[in-house]
Design a protein around this ligand. Structure first.
Ligand SMILES: [Zn+2]
Length: 348
């Protein structure tokens, strides 16, 4: 059996739009709505929001005696306003796990709880080389040495509060999406790239008139970056779960930006051997460009479901992403390979 073709233009358009929709964990409604409205083109799917705010999709299959699930997360790293400083700038608290230096100098949006969103930049408290000399290099990047400079006239806390900004407001980093020679460079390819793989797989199969062999539950989760995204939202009837999330590229890793990867072990231990073996076999059969890898500092929504008591086989696949939780990059080859793998899994 041949896999249906993938519409690369649709893929990149959807991915670019999703990347440009801010969705730090806890502030994901817009990204969930965008995904939901895209899937509305396929009336055989039934879409519903979970009470937690994720998007749960049911795709009827040829059979329903062993339903399956796939998940990808649309929440991203980000921050919240921790304090409004006496100088009118903002101290932040991180959402998700990353190092401050990976966002230093980045543009950002502060979603003021009342009033309009306010633009700004993430900067070191001692940012100017002409004023602070070697301290710009030497100062340790931590919560106390990073602040938001707002693009608004404010020099004290009162003026900042007058903009509608308060402690607890969400802050999103500019994704800076760029597509060049098949490379996609952006923040938050983790895990919007994989959400796009799921949506593209649905579109390809629907347009080819193909149905999954088993009833399939898709969860676009919204709390993965803080560890409990898919802890709920996958019904107990499901027998196996394939988490789709980025593969970690770097020294000593076998993953790269041109292949999909099967992750057999990460910080949470080994994935389900039987399901992993089946996915490897499927990749061989369908000649999908894949690698096998282990990620040293990594957890997934598959493990979140396991930890919450999910009694299913869990495996993890995804495209190689360079510089993860930093200014990330992947290639269309890895995205198409991942999408093919998803379709091959659904069809066998
Ligand atoms: Zn992820």
């Amino acid at each position: 059996m041949n896999l249906p073709p993938i519409d690369s233009k649709f893929f990149l358009d959807f991915l670019t739009n999703l990347l440009n929709t801010p969705s730090p964990t806890g502030f994901t409604d817009q990204a969930i709505s965008f995904t939901e409205s895209t899937l509305a083109a396929f009336p055989s799917l039934s879409c519903a929001r979970t009470r937690k705010g994720a998007l749960a999709v049911i795709w009827p299959g040829q059979q329903a005696n062993a339903p399956r699930a796939l998940t990808a997360h649309i929440d991203t790293l980000g921050a919240m306003v921790k304090e409004i400083k006496p100088n009118g700038r903002l101290k932040l608290t991180k959402i998700g796990g990353y190092a401050w230096n990976t966002v230093e100098g980045e543009g950002c949006i502060v979603f003021a709880h009342s009033g309009q969103p306010v633009r700004g930049s993430i900067l070191l408290t001692k940012a100017s080389g002409h004023v602070y000399g070697s301290q710009v290099n030497e100062l340790k990047r931590e919560d106390d040495t990073i602040e938001v400079r707002l693009d608004a006239q404010t020099s004290d806390a009162e003026q900042t509060r007058a903009l509608g900004i308060e402690v607890g407001d969400f802050v999103a980093f500019d994704p800076r999406v760029e597509v060049t020679n098949g490379f996609i460079r952006s923040r938050h390819l983790d895990d919007k790239a994989c959400a796009a793989c799921l949506v593209a797989a649905i579109k390809s199969m629907q347009e080819a008139g193909l149905q999954p062999v088993q009833e399939t539950h898709l969860l676009f989760s919204n709390y993965e970056e803080v560890g409990h995204g898919a802890a709920s939202g996958i019904p107990p009837v499901v027998t196996e779960l394939v988490a789709v999330d980025m593969a970690a590229v770097g020294e000593g890793q076998s993953s790269d930006e041109y292949h999909a990867t099967l992750c057999v072990k990460d910080s949470g231990g080994p994935y389900h051997h039987g399901l992993s073996q089946r996915l490897r076999q499927i990749a061989e059969t369908f000649q999908i460009a894949y690698k096998i890898d282990i990620y040293p500092y990594y957890g997934s929504d598959g493990e979140a479901f396991w930890r919450s008591g999910g009694d299913v086989a869990v495996a993890l696949i995804g495209p190689g992403v360079d510089a993860s939780h930093n200014y990330e990059r992947t290639h269309l080859d890895a995205l198409l390979a991942t999408t093919q793998w998803i379709m091959a899994y659904l069809l066998t």
